[in-house]
Each structure stands twice: as C-alpha cells, then as structure tokens.
Design a protein around this ligand. Structure first.
Ligand SMILES: [Zn+2]
Length: 288
C-alpha cells in the first residue's frame, strides 16, 4: 500500500493519512457518530489490521488504499473495545469487484442435501481461512441496516472458538458479566421468534400476492422492510447473530425495540452502545 514507508527493507508501521481517514469516516454515518477518542482508537486498530493482514484484490480488482481503509475501519468496529486477537486466525482479506460465485449446501427437513452455486456479497471461511468481500456491496450498502464487512467479520469472531454457531467466545478480560447459558437461551428464543415471524409473513403474503408478479414483489419488499432484521437472519443461528450484529452497529433502533434482550447482550459483548451514540446526535431513541 502506498502509505507504507520502508526502512532498511522492512515496512514501517502503517499510518493512514488523515485525509484518507477523514474521507472514510465521513462516508460511513455509523462511524461519524463515534466520539473522537473512539475514532482515534479505531484508526490505530485499523492500522494494526492493515499491518498484520494481507489485503488482496481478486478478479482484476485494483486494491487501492481507499478500499483497504474502508474495509479495515468497518472490520475493526466490532472489536473496538475488545481485541484484534479475535481475528488472530484469519488468513487475510480478499476483495472481488462485485458478487462472486461459491458452492452452497443446505440440508432440508427430510435430510436431503441440496448443493448449488450462487453469487454472494461476502464469505467468511472457517478453520483460519480468509474473509472474502464484494467491493460493490461494501461500497453501496443500499439496504438500511445492511453491512457486509461487519457481517463477515462477526462470523470470524463467532468462529474463533470453533465453527460458527451464533455463540462467540467469551473472553475472561471483557465478558465476566455474560452468562453463557443465558446467552444461548436468549438467542435461541429470539431466533425462534424471528423464524415464526418470517413464516407467518410469508404465509400471509403468499395468500394475497404472487411473488413472481412485479407488484407482488413490491408488497413483499415493503412487508419485510417492517422487520427489525434482514430475513436472512432466519437461515441459521450463526446468521441471526451476524445479521443482529450488523443491525446493532448500523441501524440499532428497530433491533432494540423488538429484541431488547438481544440488544443488551450485544452491548455487553461488544462493550459499546450505538443507541447512545444515536441519541447524542438527536436521533430517535426508543425505550430499551
Ligand atoms: Zn453470513
């Protein structure tokens, strides 16, 4: 990367130029809300991530400083008050220009394994693997509450103690207040409730609208937009944790309103309160 100076053939610590950092923060509303001291710490963490992990462009993408800083800043937000060790087993970050195709597997209720290929905007590989991202999706969040960088890096946190299951590692230095059994119970209850809501919504909509018809699609989109989380959260408990974490950092009010216990546990886990940041800026603050 261009800002890396070399001394005696070895790279000096990465220093993100203030202009580049300022442009990144002003692009991302959920970073603009951070107090100055937090922003300074986030910058230092981002520099450390850029120093210690390899960022690689794939399929012809030229990995610019701007791209690397945008990804590093968002990746470091969940660990701002924790430790970068949570990304210790990550091989690196690979960035495609747009969605990329990966094999998918799902086991249905009858136990039949379905395999197919599908385009995705991000992927976190387990067993020490990389985080893979589509720059088009990182750059254009589009859907409110959507953030592919936070989503995939939260999977890496979840995977730090094994496969992704929606229960991240609890660290002795930071998480003494969290009871692992209460976490599992609270998340299981909320996940089940969210799945029931999705099923009920789908049944109601399919009885009234044709999803293949353009008007029906609009009704589907409007109805699902009323949910506190992207429906993808219903796919698996690990996805529920990742999608809830995206919402927690980027659009916390609906999550805090509908699932206050989940908001509280995420706040204890990440040791941050994004709602307080919103209220400091005079934004709506529902009771939690
Ligand atoms: Zn996911």
């Amino acid at each position: 990367m261009r800002w890396l100076r070399r001394i005696f053939g070895r790279p000096a610590p990465a220093v993100i130029p203030d202009v580049l950092w300022g442009a990144c923060v002003s692009d991302l509303p959920f970073l603009r809300q951070l107090p100055q001291a937090d922003l300074a710490r986030l910058k230092r963490l981002s520099e450390e991530l850029l120093d210690t992990k390899t960022f690689t462009g794939a399929a012809g993408l030229e990995l610019t400083d701007d791209i690397a800083v945008h990804i590093a800043a968002q990746a470091c937000l969940p660990v701002l008050n924790l430790t970068l060790d949570l990304y210790g087993d990550m091989a690196g970050i690979i960035v495609y220009p747009a969605e990329f195709i990966i094999p998918q597997t799902e086991v249905d209720e009858a136990g039949v394994v379905h395999e197919w290929h599908a385009p995705v905007s991000g992927e976190a590989l387990d067993a020490g693997g990389a985080v893979v991202l589509s720059w088009e999706d990182v750059a254009d969040a589009g859907v409110p509450g959507y953030n592919v960088v936070i989503h995939e890096f939260v999977h890496k946190i979840d995977m730090r103690d094994g496969s992704a299951n929606g229960c991240p590692p609890f660290l002795a230095a930071y998480h003494k207040e969290i009871d692992a059994r209460a976490w599992q119970r609270t998340f299981s209850d909320a996940y089940r409730d969210f799945c029931v809501r999705i099923d009920a919504l789908e049944r109601r909509l399919s009885a009234r609208f044709d999803p293949d018809d353009e008007t029906g699609t609009v009704h589907y989109d409007e109805a699902f937009a009323s949910l506190p989380l992207d429906p993808y959260a219903a796919r698996h408990p690990a996805e529920f944790f990742a999608v809830a974490s995206e919402a927690f950092f980027v659009l916390p009010q609906p999550l805090a309103q509908d699932y206050p216990d989940i908001f509280r546990l995420l706040s204890l886990y990440y040791r941050q309160d994004p709602l307080q940041r919103h209220s400091r800026q005079g934004l709506a603050h529902p009771p939690v």
